[in-house]
Design a protein around this ligand. Structure first.
Ligand SMILES: CC(C)(COP(=O)(O)OP(=O)(O)OC[C@H]1O[C@@H](n2cnc3c(N)ncnc32)[C@H](O)[C@@H]1OP(=O)(O)O)[C@@H](O)C(=O)NCCC(=O)NCCS
Length: 201
């Protein structure tokens, strides 16, 4: 796994719109950051990600969210390095056991860091992490009123909408239709290290 660009110890700092940020692979050390970040999210944000309300994570949930094998379940976390270091976002992929070339995506930002373009950056990084794991399709389940995730995905590439109903919808992003060099060139002004990423689909 050390040969992966997004390996278990992957971590990079960068500046964005005046904020000092750090992106890295989620691991067991991030339990508290993930738990605390939930307390800074609105009920709407939580509903859009978890399809219901959630006032906190149980210990088994925190274990499931942070102790990742890196291949069937991988996640990137984003932290803001201000007066203290706060967790501000997580973007994760869970491979479908019946179809390992497809992975479900979960992505969430604390409210104060939404609509700044960071969701798109995290999604592009997650796409590159998925491609280097041999994943070909990303599946996004979302509530019909969740315009944010629809705009984010459509801003990257046109998805296929699988199902759309009053209770929820699913869209699929076909990673084979994406251009890896273009994703890298869009990310490299922020994260020059991305030039060392070499996977192709
Ligand atoms: C969905 C989410 C990840 C988007 O992250 P983000 O950092 O706000 O995304 P970006 O800033 O890159 O925005 C991408 C586009 O979506 C738009 N957008 C983001 N949130 C929006 C909202 N609530 N309503 C309408 N448009 C929205 C942005 O304006 C931008 O559009 P543009 O390209 O025309 O400028 C974030 O809003 C979030 O955490 N939501 C709660 C959890 C969730 O919905 N997860 C997805 C289900 S797994």
């Amino acid at each position: 796994m050390r040969d992966l660009f997004f390996h278990p110890d992957f971590e990079e700092s960068f500046s964005y719109k005046g904020f000092s940020l750090r992106v890295g692979s989620v691991n067991a050390q991030k339990r508290e950051k993930i738990s605390e970040a939930l307390t800074r999210m609105s009920p709407e944000t939580i509903r859009n990600r978890f399809m219901g309300s959630k006032s906190g994570f149980t210990e088994p949930e925190l274990t499931r969210l942070t102790q990742l094998d890196g291949i069937t379940h991988y996640a990137l976390g984003l932290e803001h390095e201000g007066k203290r270091t706060d967790g501000i976002a997580v973007a994760r992929i869970y491979r479908n056991p019946q179809d390992p070339k497809t992975a479900d995506v979960g992505i969430i930002f604390v409210d104060e860091f939404q609509k700044m373009g960071l969701g798109t950056i995290m999604a592009k990084l997650l796409i590159l992490a998925a491609i280097e794991r041999g994943i070909e399709r990303l599946s996004f389940s979302y509530l019909p009123q969740n315009l944010g995730i629809v705009k984010l995905v459509k801003g990257i590439h046109r998805p296929e909408v699988l199902t759309e109903g009053a209770d929820g919808a699913v869209m699929i992003l076909n990673l084979k239709e994406l251009c890896v060099p273009q994703l890298k060139s869009e990310l490299s002004p922020l994260l020059p290290e991305i030039e060392n990423y070499h996977s192709e689909i």
